[in-house]
Design a protein around this ligand. Structure first.
Ligand code: GAL
Length: 991
């Protein structure tokens, strides 16, 4: 039976009440005793001071008794080191239809030493959570302790790699450190829980894709421990874990302790290849423990991570990365529709896309698997620009937000398409009687079909390798849509009229049938729409995108409120912005982004971005007669479609003009390679035991850098002995992440550079990135040795190791504890007794954090810092062609004068002859913005986030160039570039 709108609203009201009264009293109790009807979607969340209940049944989350489909995107605050810009990304997500943001919190980012936890500055998690609440987004918090996420050691702090015990188990030493971390991070999170009305944290994840000890008591005890710890810290929202696939691991009840039952969601991650046929992974797929969400029949379908792009490895080998344009091409909007709509059709109502804004693995954050950029090919690029992929997300997100029927769908009777290439999923909402059809085309050609079983006899087109959601018997405002051939995108009431938006591919023919018992008198507001009335049905057809937005007003059909129907192709839909205000809803058309809308008196104050000049049109509540845009009055007139229409276009952006980078100053370093360098302040490397997984060679000291407290970036060794005459060669075994290297000098003479070969996938997985660099002693030195024989001469072997990063520990084998740095040193021709000293990074930068610096001389001396006085450095023009083994620094200052009303996203480009073997560590105003490897790539452009970059003022750029001496070295071409520009943006505070 179809319920009238009024009936089901009434039902929803009583149901919400019933839930509150019959709930167990626990704010997160799973309420499943009585089916909860559909009802309107929950309001936009905020820190509203009230208590809230977060429950669920098998269909969806139930927030204060109302169904919520969670349409979430992943971003990592630690990958955008400029807190002001968090707000920019959050506002963009919210505007494009996401209602939640999921964040990993990386332990290593906040902790430079045991007992030391920092949540200030770029690490201000509380600020992030507040911003998300202010933006109206729910938050999913994922603090690990292990997060994977392509960060150094999977998020484990460097210092943890040198501690006893096995990580990711119930080992007591490990758990003691885990307690420290969780206590610290939970103190922040507990203050921003949605249950308390002090924030919008809705869900909380423990661990990450933990599949190593699932069937063992130690694994279960570990998960159970984390669960209890998080609860003890006052986190009362539902908890969950992300199963690594549709394995049925960690479903409710699987800890063996029972503690997690009832307040625990089951979720599983999915990263299908773009050329796969999307699998049926949800409630309606094949049953049993391996059946994805069917493994947990009482909790809603939940994918905590579903691929929204993919990470890219370093270039230069057969596994080499191709750059992120490739990830964005293979996982484009059509991929999103094909996979995500299949997910919805399979009962997934909690959906998080990893990544939605990938950002930058700046400093020494990246795991060995990736380079600096973590753009991910995501819907928002690393420079914070909206990409065309958003067309799919925006359309689906707005639909889920505005059309509540999708929150409770059951599989319905099979419906076939006349063309067999189209797979049809048919679902219905038992409360509203709405039907939803997901049509998927896995073939390589566009297919046009009909669905006679569903009474849809008009042609529906699905492009090649794409999918489309259409609906039937759907209430839109006060009318019922019989069916449509394109996706309904939203339905809302603004002022005196109902609005309904339909969106699809450019050129698609939208055919929408409305139930109109009385013949209406439609009004054509744009030339494209055509219609016919027949037997109580109004058939409207509109080719999408022919004239931008196409409008038809339906009225005179006996319904007291007119309905404006709007038709948009993807590009047009991306300029349509619904917005909820406390006094009613709005729809804004035109600008590149709507950030906020506020009603004060008869004026609506809008803020947002424009790129090109654009019209502005606003449908809003009654009584609104004036509009401002970014604080300026916009003269408008009332249009025939009931909107306020700007009389003149809003201006677009003027792209900033950038200065050339010149005036470089240069200084070489590595005094550590000189025999007389004073290393008396260095640490003696004389330990005999380690907690590393790398064995200590018989009879040798531990040389692993982490054992001496050096965890990030470059590390120096100086081995000293007397009377080593006769040494013919030296062999240096070492271990690094991808693209590590080692350089050696004996008595100040370069012995050579060795580069870590790129391991095959298996070895990389096991973390065995080890190599042996064998250097013969040059004849000149040997001669010197022969002459010295018998005289007790002192010799110094200096070694610089670029360690790159620690392995992640995806399989819980302690691979993050594999050694970094030298592992063993042997000589031929003599067997000197060597005393080793080691030096890596100095004290962690109090502002920029522990991952900003390695142990280069210049870094230890502050050459990367803006306040450093380089007055005595030599002037140097670029490009360079020096040939030298070692480190050379280049510094320059540049001024920017970007208009304060412009959000310009700038990047630094480095380019050179790809045969030149050198790499560059890029420091902007002291911040380590990443590593460029000239002969490896693929990254040439480095995003410089505003806040670190002073867009109005002076900046210092310092480049630490490491060259191996086998080829001429750069830098070659170094320049600034504009990666995106919009008039608008958010206020940016200097970091
Ligand atoms: C998942 C993991 C994430 C991330 C992703 C690939 O399996 O949970 O943390 O590593 O793979 O980007």
């Amino acid at each position: 039976m179809e319920l009238s709108r009024r009936t089901f609203h009434a039902l929803a009201g009583t149901a919400a009440l019933g839930f509150a009264l019959t709930g167990s009293g626990s704010p997160t109790s799973a309420n499943a005793s009585r089916p909860v009807p559909t009802g309107p979607p929950p309001p936009v969340p905020s820190a509203d001071g009230g208590r809230h209940e977060i429950g669920f049944d098998r269909h969806s989350l139930l927030v204060d008794g109302r169904r919520l489909v969670l349409w979430s995107g992943e971003m990592h605050p630690f990958r955008l080191p400029s807190p002001s810009l968090w707000r920019d990304v959050l506002e963009k997500m919210r505007a494009h239809g996401y209602n939640a943001v999921s964040v990993c919190v990386a332990w290593n980012y906040h902790s430079s030493a045991p007992g030391r936890y920092d949540f200030t500055g770029v690490r201000d998690l509380d600020l992030f959570l507040r911003m998300a609440a202010e933006t109206g987004l729910y938050v999913i918090v994922r603090p690990g302790p292990y997060i994977n996420a392509e960060v150094d050691a999977g998020g484990f702090p460097g210092w943890l790699t040198a501690t006893e015990g096995t990580a990711r188990t119930s080992d007591p030493t490990y758990l003691r450190y885990v307690d420290e971390w969780l206590t610290a991070v939970n103190a922040v999170v507990a203050k921003r829980l949605f249950t308390r009305g002090t924030g919008t944290v809705l869900l909380y994840q423990i661990e990450n894709e933990y599949d190593a000890h699932v069937d063992e008591p130690a694994g279960r005890a570990y998960m159970s421990y984390l669960y209890e710890k998080v609860r003890a810290d006052g986190i009362d929202v539902p908890l969950f874990h992300n199963d690594k696939g549709r394995n049925g691991f960690w479903v409710p009840g699987s800890f063996g302790t029972g503690g997690e039952k009832g307040r625990w969601l089951y979720g599983f991650d999915g990263y299908p290849e773009p050329d796969e046929v999307p699998p049926d992974w949800g409630h309606f797929g094949p049953g049993g423990a391996k059946g994805g969400a069917t493994a947990s029949p009482r909790t809603p379908g939940f994918v905590p991570e579903f691929g929204g792009g993919w990470f890219d490895p370093w270039g230069g080998s057969r596994f080499g990365g191709k750059g992120y344009a490739e990830a964005r091409r293979t996982r484009d909007g059509a991929y999103e529709r094909r996979f995500y709509l299949t997910n919805l059709a399979n009962g997934i109502t909690l959906h998080n896309v990893y990544m939605t804004f990938g950002g930058t693995s700046w400093g020494w954050l990246p795991a060995p698997a990736v380079y600096t950029s973590y753009d991910y090919g995501a819907a928002f690029d690393e420079a914070r620009n909206a990409t065309p992929k958003l067309a799919a997300m925006h359309r689906i997100g707005q639909l889920l937000r505005h059309v509540p029927d999708l929150a409770r769908l059951n599989r319905a009777r099979a419906v076939r398409a006349t063309d067999k290439r189209i797979k049809v999923y048919h679902l219905t909402n038992p409360d509203t009687g709405a039907h939803v059809y997901v049509l998927r085309n896995d073939s390589g050609e566009a297919v046009t079909t009909t669905l006679p079983d569903a009474g849809i006899d008009v042609p529906v087109t699905v492009p090649a390798r794409d999918a489309k959601l259409i609906a039937a018997n759907l209430r839109l405002g006060r009318r019922t849509m019989v069916h449509s051939t394109v996706q309904p995108m939203l339905s809302l009431t603004a002022g005196r009229q109902d609005l309904a938006v339909f969106a699809g591919a450019h050129g698609d023919l939208a055919q929408v049938v409305l139930d109109c018992p009385d013949e209406p008198t439609p009004m054509r507001l744009d030339p494209e729409p055509a219609w016919a009335y027949n037997l109580g049905k109004l058939n409207i057809s509109v080719p999408l995108g022919a004239g931008g937005l196409s409008r038809v007003m339906v009225e005179g059909d006996g319904v007291d409120t007119p309905m404006l129907m709007l038709f948009a192709d993807d590009a047009t839909a991306l300029r349509l912005w619904p917005y909820e205000t406390p006094s009613g809803r709005l729809l804004v058309y035109g600008p590149a982004l709507l950030r906020s809308a506020e009603l004060r008196g008869s004026t609506v104050h809008l803020t947002g971005d424009t790129i090109g000049a654009t019209g502005l049109e606003v449908w809003g509540p009654r009584g609104i007669t004036h509009v401002t845009w970014n604080g300026r009055a916009v003269p408008t007139r009332l249009s025939a479609s009931g909107s306020l229409l700007a009389l003149r276009p809003l201006p677009g952006v003027t792209r900033p003009v950038l200065p050339a980078l010149d005036g470089w100053r240069r200084r070489t370093e590595n005094p550590e390679s000189e025999p007389d360098f004073d290393d008396s302040g260095w640490t003696t490397a004389d330990r005999r035991t380690t907690f590393s997984t790398t064995p200590v060679p018989e009879g040798q000291p531990v040389l692993f850098a982490d054992d001496y407290g050096f965890h990030y970036g470059d590390v120096w060794y100086r081995g000293e002995w007397t009377d080593g005459g006769g040494v013919e060669s030296v062999s240096l075994a070492y271990s690094t992440g991808t693209q590590g290297l080692l350089m050696a000098w004996l008595d100040g003479e370069p012995l050579g550079t060795h580069r870590m070969p790129v391991p095959d996938e298996d070895r990389a997985r096991q973390g065995t990135w080890t190599a042996r660099a064998a250097f013969g002693i040059p004849e000149e030195l040997r001669k010197r040795f022969r002459e010295q024989r018998g005289r007790s001469e002192r010799h110094v072997l200096s070694v610089l190791v670029r360690r790159m990063q620690h392995d992640m520990d995806g399989e819980a084998l302690d691979t993050h504890k594999a050694a970094r740095g030298l592992t063993a040193v042997t000589f031929e021709g003599a067997d000197p007794e060597v005393t080793w000293r080691i030096q890596g990074e100095s004290m962690p930068d109090p502002v920029r954090g522990p991952l900003n610096n390695g142990g280069l001389y210049g870094e230890r001396e502050g050459w990367h810092l803006p306040e450093y006085d380089d007055g005595d450095w030599k002037d140097a023009g670029l490009p360079r062609a020096d040939r030298r083994q070692g480190v050379t620094w280049y510094r320059t200052d540049f001024r920017l004068d970007v208009d304060p009303g412009v959000d310009a996203s700038l990047g630094l480009v480095l380019d050179d002859d790809p045969d030149r073997a050198y790499r560059v560590q890029i420091f902007l105003n002291g911040w380590n913005m990443g590593q460029y490897i000239n002969d490896v790539g693929p990254q040439h452009t480095f995003v410089l986030p505003n806040g670190i970059l002073r867009t109005r003022g002076s900046n210092t750029l310092a480049l630490a160039v490491l060259s191996d001496g086998t080829t001429p070295s750069g830098p070659g071409d170094v320049r600034l570039t504009v990666l995106g520009a919009a008039a608008g943006g958010v206020p940016v505070r200097p970091v």
